[in-house]
Design a protein around this ligand. Structure first.
Ligand code: PLP
Length: 354
């Protein structure tokens, strides 16, 4: 791929206090961009100074939301290497999202290499403190000026980078979740399996109401029967019930997380029973009442593993593992974050060295 590089004339100061990084508010000096035009395909791959994107006010993404994104991270290893975690999986999923939203597909290998080039250029922005990383946000938006409801004829693929601290300020402290029985996130046949912007716009009302009640996220139920567990906010969800790890099977309305996939693989290798199947929320409440609900946790790039300490459903506050992080949750966190940051052996070939 031909890649043009235009360097920024002045560089921004790097954040001094890595402990106060937070999530997603600071951006590096450069970004990646590439255009798509009908008849021409993807063209003009470039790394340019980070700055505003100019769009026609009639650009279709602003009206009809043809907009998809991804999220992954780059880490610094103890021996000074810069690595990403399973970027091929993110690029594959980006293309799955593209396909669903009628956005032209990207060459996954080229896109991964473009991201690697950008990260390499910005490697001084990768923080060093434990739990920190460089968050990578690739996204595609439609740019044609046209008010008809129709796939756009032009697109922009962009990648921005943000140095981030640990996702939860409290560290691995268990979170409080309530089961959403009013709003739904997606339905089968919809866009739930994609990372399209509209999914997140539709989830905000529920998120705001959860926060107002002191919960950090909601657990979504399926949109048809409203009784099967789907996922948590922007994480997939796992339960440990009577020694078995269970997670909802992929059904088209659940996002297929890279962390979810990695957790399932690792559990299999540890010979811990794990199954993907339909899970009723009543089954979880019953397991709790029977004393068999041992652990619950969310999985996602941002937090890796997020133990669930309290789950509220139908007036029942389930205190899971006395509100402490469970043994399997902790072991998984240590293993995955160890592989990601190069402190544990990568037996899977998941680490992409830049
Ligand atoms: C991104 C995301 C996840 C987690 O996916 P990872 O690839 O593990 O980061 C889960 N659910 C939703 C809705 C998401 O947007």
């Amino acid at each position: 791929m031909d890649l043009r590089i235009e360097l920024a004339k002045t560089l921004k100061p790097k954040p001094r206090d890595e402990g106060a990084l937070g999530f997603g508010r600071i951006f590096t000096d450069h970004m990646f961009s590439m255009d798509y035009d009908e008849g021409q395909g993807w063209h003009d791959a470039r790394i340019i100074p980070y700055g505003p994107i100019s769009l026609d006010p009639a650009a279709t993404c602003l009206h009809y939301g043809q907009l998809v994104f991804e999220g992954l991270k780059a880490y610094r290893t103890p021996d000074g290497k810069v690595v990403m975690f399973r970027p091929d999986q993110n690029m594959q999923r980006l293309n799955d999202s593209n396909e669903r939203l009628c956005i032209p597909k990207l060459d996954e290998k080229d896109a991964t290499e473009a991201i690697a080039k950008l990260v390499e250029l910005e490697k001084d922005w990768i923080p060093r403190a434990p739990g920190t990383s460089l968050y990578i946000r690739p996204y595609v938006l439609s740019t044609e000026a046209f008010l008809g409801v129709h796939p756009s004829g032009s697109y922009l693929f962009a990648v921005i980078l943000s140095p981030v601290g640990p996702y939860y300020k409290e560290g691995l402290a268990p979170i409080k979740i309530y089961v959403e029985d009013n709003y739904v996130r997606s339905v089968r046949g919809g866009t739930g399996f994609t990372k399209c912007a509209g999914n997140y716009a539709a989830s905000l009302r529920s998120q705001v109401e959860a926060e107002a009640q002191g919960f950090s996220q909601v657990l979504w139920l399926d949109g048809v029967d409203r009784k099967y567990v789907e996922e948590v906010g922007s994480m997939n969800v796992f339960f440990v019930v009577d020694g078995e790890v269970v997670t909802p099977e992929l059904n088209g309305s659940i996002l297929s997380g890279v962390t979810r996939r990695s957790v399932i693989q690792i559990l299999k290798d540890w010979n811990i029973p794990v199954s993907e199947r339909r899970i009723g929320i009543d089954e979880i409440a019953q397991a709790y009442k029977d004393g068999k609900l041992q652990e619950a946790f969310g999985t996602g790039t941002a937090a890796v593993i997020s133990p669930i300490g309290t789950l509220r459903y139908n007036g029942l506050d389930m205190q899971i593992n006395s509100g402490e992080i469970g043994e399997i949750s902790q072991k998984l966190y240590d293993e995955i974050s160890g592989i990601q940051t190069g402190t544990r052996k990568d037996r899977y070939g998941w680490v992409y060295e830049i």
